[in-house]
Design a protein around this ligand. Structure first.
Ligand code: ATP
Length: 510
């Protein structure tokens, strides 16, 4: 764990040092849980967004895009129940004055018991060797059974209490489990209270009550309120989807872990409108499709897992997360939710407008059900960065830090490097740069020794370096160096564009 913490610290400082992520308003000592993306960060972020958009909108005939405003009519948030229910149960430790989410404290506690079970299993696996039957062991080993019973009991007591909003019982569970504050180590807790996560602001004249509006806490509602517009103007037939990317705002009380939990962040959401009764089929479909998308980035499957929700949100009848193994453990990256007709129904009621689909086959109208996929762009960025950051010892004894970002989404695709700053090499390099730059984000660099230039490109994850030397002037060839293997091959300048194009698209879903 200490190693992972250290690794996480290094990733954060690398992100700053190389222009990926800066703290917001840093010269004023920053603003908590708000970040700015620097010159390479913005490229990576744009590329992830574009890769998602292509996969969702361009590759699916029945999914179209939308870009709804951040400000919405305040009744939207009443209908969606965000005004009344978008809150977290929080409690403070009176000694450390740190504030915690009650559900996170209990979930962490359960995760520790699960860890113990895993350790028992690993010990037994070593002891029994090939004859080990994990399923039987999990069902019969007294200690494991005791742990599992404990987890079941905690869940049976805690989640219904949360559902009933019985905050006294929520606190009692934390006390009975003797959960202590990780900072002070004491169990001196305040009562549990609900904190709404929406940022409110004023529109127009300050004194009018009606002018209070909210910064959207999710992009989904912009899609729901435009359901009819898009369906009619796009002549959409159920099943169909609407996709949107954009900023969302949450006044997270416990904001930590860098860009994992921010107060201003970006979501990439897709609401898929379906016939009621078909939701489980589509839920399974999107669970699988979304995992395929993640794996297509080339990150090993072992870094991902599904996590079914124990406590379903009021609008959902099935929900799971795709979790990623960050340096601080497996955490939610994307949610896949079967939201029933909750949102469209609520907007129907509050707006008085019919939000229904007329099925030409059955001649019936109905309010469609919705399966949504909701992924955080910043969290995906962090997942990719955590996977990509690599420290390597090279054969010559030197070290390098390289970001193994999948080429398709790497900020800079090609660095064009004249070996020396004379003999006509810079001019030739500029020519090549001009050929490539229309289709790929390239960087031209002639400063310092070639080795140092390679290191600089490794550190920002540039997958290919093209070097122009004296031979180039004779036979019109260059060397192309691949970032991860550091292998170099000589290729014709004429073939370069095609080659880069193939390499950048390799292993991806297009
Ligand atoms: P969490 O339980 O971590 O607070 P959530 O379940 O509230 O997340 P959703 O409402 O399902 O999250 O939002 C969908 C996605 O938006 C999440 O999977 C996550 O990737 C992203 N997201 C949510 N809150 C934040 C945040 N504060 N900072 C960055 N990304 C976020």
């Amino acid at each position: 764990m200490a190693n992972q913490e250290e690794l996480f610290r290094k990733i954060i400082s690398h992100a700053k040092e190389y222009g990926f992520i800066f703290q917001s308003s840093e010269i004023y000592d920053g603003l908590s849980a708000v970040y700015d993306y620097g010159q390479y960060g913005v490229e990576l972020k744009n590329n992830i967004r574009e890769y998602w958009w292509k996969n969702m909108v361009q590759f699916n005939e029945n999914i179209v895009g939308l870009d709804a405003a951040i400000f919405m009519h305040p009744t939207v948030w009443k209908a969606s129940s965000h005004v009344d229910a978008f809150s977290d149960p929080m409690l403070d430790n009176k000694d450390s004055r740190k504030r915690y989410r009650a559900d996170v404290l209990v979930e962490d506690y359960i995760a520790k018991i699960e860890d113990k079970i895993n350790k028992e299993v690993e010990k037994a696996r070593k002891r029994f060797g090939e004859t080990f039957d994990e399923k039987m062991y999990l069902e019969t080993n007294p200690r494991v059974v005791e742990y599992k019973t404990k987890i079941t009991e905690i869940k049976a007591r805690f989640f219904p209490a949360l559902d009933r909003n019985d905050l006294a019982e929520v606190k009692k569970v934390i006390e009975d489990l003797e959960i202590a504050c990780p900072v002070s180590g004491t169990r001196n807790w305040t009562d549990v209270r609900q904190f709404n996560l929406m940022f409110a602001t004023q529109m127009g004249s300050l004194s009018e009550d009606a002018s209070q509006i909210y910064l959207r806490p999710e992009t989904a509602q912009g899609i729901f309120v435009n359901f009819l517009n898009v369906m009619k103007t796009g002549r959409m037939k159920v099943p169909f989807g609407i996709a949107q990317t954009g900023k969302a705002f949450r006044n997270e009380i416990v904001a930590r872990q860098f860009i994992f939990r921010m107060r201003e962040f970006e979501q990439m959401e897709m609401q898929f409108f379906i016939k009621p009764g078909e939701e489980m089929k589509w839920y399974e479909h999107w669970k699988e499709k979304r995992m395929e998308w993640h794996l297509s980035l080339g990150i090993p499957a072992s870094r991902y897992r599904y996590h079914d929700h124990d406590k379903l949100a009021h609008y959902a009848n099935a929900a799971c997360d795709i979790e990623f193994e960050f340096p601080f453990g497996f955490k939610e990256l994307e949610g896949i939710h079967s939201r029933t007709d909750f949102d469209l129904n609520a907007h129907q009621q509050y707006s008085g407008k019919k939000l229904q689909y007329f099925d030409p086959e059955t001649n019936e109208s109905y309010v469609p059900y919705v399966v949504e996929t909701s992924i955080g762009l910043d969290r995906t960025f962090l997942a990719i960065l955590s996977f990509a950051y690599t420290e390597e010892k090279l054969d010559d004894g030197s070290e390098r830090v390289v970001l193994k970002i999948p080429p398709r989404i790497a900020p800079v695709k090609v660095a064009v490097l004249p070996l020396v700053k004379k003999d006509g090499l810079p001019e030739k390099a500029r020519e090549i740069f001009d050929i490539l730059k229309t289709d790929f984000y390239c960087q031209y660099d002639e400063k310092d020794a070639i080795g140092r230039r390679y290191r600089r490109q490794d550190a920002i994850g540039t997958p290919y370096c093209v070097t122009i030397d004296n031979i180039t002037l004779e036979d019109y060839t260059v060397t192309i160096r691949e970032r991860d293997s550091m292998k170099q091959e000589r290729v014709d300048i004429d073939a370069l564009h095609q080659l880069v194009s193939e390499k950048v698209r390799k292993n991806l879903m297009e």
